[in-house]
Design a protein around this ligand. Structure first.
Ligand SMILES: Nc1ncnc2c1ncn2[C@@H]1O[C@H](COP(=O)(O)OP(=O)(O)OP(=O)(O)O)[C@@H](O)[C@H]1O
Ligand SMILES: O=P(O)(O)O[C@H]1[C@H](OP(=O)(O)O)[C@@H](OP(=O)(O)O)[C@@H](O)[C@@H](O)[C@@H]1OP(=O)(O)O
Ligand SMILES: [Mg+2]
Ligand SMILES: [Mg+2]
Length: 330
């Protein structure tokens, strides 16, 4: 008897569609009985399909209503993920609150947390002496809203109060933590977890705190090559290569805990190693539906995940995927 076929509808902005929907993914999914089909965003979702699953990274009241309508018409179809669950990641405070609430057994000697941070809603408050009481310089100023716009990725390193006058609230002021210039990006795709290293901001010395600049703007560090002003490329490359990966079990438990607590399947989170205490790890950012195409073996991982979704194979396990073990199951 022929194997049943399934259809997954995807609703993505053009840039995401270009990077995520690659021929290699379409072909592998097709060979496993899953057809990926673009949702026509000019027509009501409810008139399209049938879909066994809708995959999306769109927002807004109208889109949420369309998803609700579609779900009530097709209760058997999976929506990955729920707009309400995704919303938590659009605010850099609620995004990290969930990390603080996790109860995880850490491997010997290790621990996790988030950097100290405060939110400032208006300029008056920002310029007020008490605005960052308890925080130590340098701090990173991040836009409170993380809605995927270019502005939401525009950050500043602030060395002293002099830098505050150039900031535009609402912002989160987060302590900058030296971490050896390497950030660990943990990709979560349902039960699959993969951790990769990326370049980050270099460690800062005390001298910087007196900097007359007060502030240095930056954006999308881990996606770009930003040469350190007085640094050298080869040292940074060595730093990246030599950085020790965080304990696998900690990363896997964090991924499982976050997935459960947030009720999300598709996200990644950025982790840094706090250079002050050997094995303390801080979660600094969580992103919905990140750039999976940059993840090794993304086609296999995504196809395995979609296979589980359409077969209603709900799992609460964690599968830590290592580069060399990227093989598809039958
Ligand atoms: N508290 C911190 N201490 C040290 N470095 C940090 C801290 N927070 C952020 N960074 C550095 O700044 C980069 C950008 O910060 P963050 O990840 O919060 O921004 P983002 O624009 O949301 O990133 P993404 O493109 O991953 O969505 C991080 O990848 C890391 O290199
Ligand atoms: O496109 P890219 O590969 O850069 O993916 C980035 C993704 O952009 P996209 O959604 O437009 O694809 C970003 O989403 P928004 O916050 O801007 O919504 C965010 O999730 C980044 O963390 C991703 O980078 P990664 O963390 O995977 O390195
Ligand atoms: Mg990040
Ligand atoms: Mg982010």
């Amino acid at each position: 008897m022929a194997e049943p076929r399934f259809t997954v509808g995807y609703a993505l902005l053009p840039k995401k569609q270009r990077t995520f929907i690659q021929d290699s993914l379409l072909a592998l999914a097709r060979s496993r009985g899953i057809d990926l089909v673009a949702v026509d965003l000019r027509r009501p979702l409810v008139d399209q399909g049938p879909f066994d699953c809708v995959l999306h990274k769109l927002r807004g009241e109208d889109w949420s209503r369309q998803l609700r309508e579609f779900s009530s018409r097709h209760p058997g179809a999976a929506i990955v993920d729920s707009p309400d669950a995704i919303d938590r990641l659009h605010d850099r405070i609620s995004m990290l609150q969930v990390v603080s609430g996790l109860e995880i057994e850490c491997p010997d000697g290790s621990s996790f947390g988030i950097p100290d941070q405060v939110v400032v809603y208006d300029r008056e408050r920002l310029l007020n002496e008490q605005s960052c009481e308890g925080l130590a310089f340098p701090v990173i100023a991040k836009p409170l809203v993380a809605d995927g716009s270019e502005q939401s990725h525009e950050m500043s390193l602030v060395f002293n109060r002099g830098g505050f006058s150039k900031l535009e609230p609402p912002i989160v002021l987060q302590e900058f933590v030296n971490h050896g210039g390497v950030v660990f990006k943990v990709y979560v795709v349902g039960e699959y977890v993969q951790c990769v290293k990326r370049r980050s901001l270099p460690d800062l010395s005390e001298e910087k705190l007196g900097s007359p600049e007060g502030l240095v703007p930056f954006s999308r560090v881990s996606n770009s090559v930003i040469p350190e002003k007085d640094g050298d490329e080869s040292r940074e490359a060595t730093e990246l290569e030599e950085a020790e990966m965080p304990p696998q079990s900690l990363i896997a438990e964090l991924a499982r805990g976050l997935r459960r607590a947030m009720k999300l399947s598709l996200f990644n989170f950025d982790v840094i190693r706090d250079a002050r205490y050997g094995d303390r790890f801080l979660v600094i950012d969580i992103n919905y539906f990140p750039g999976y195409a940059k993840m090794p073996c993304y086609e296999t991982v995504l196809t395995d995940f979609l296979w589980d979704v359409v077969h209603k194979n709900e799992k609460d396990e964690v599968k830590y995927v290592e580069d060399e073990t990227c093989s598809s199951k039958g």
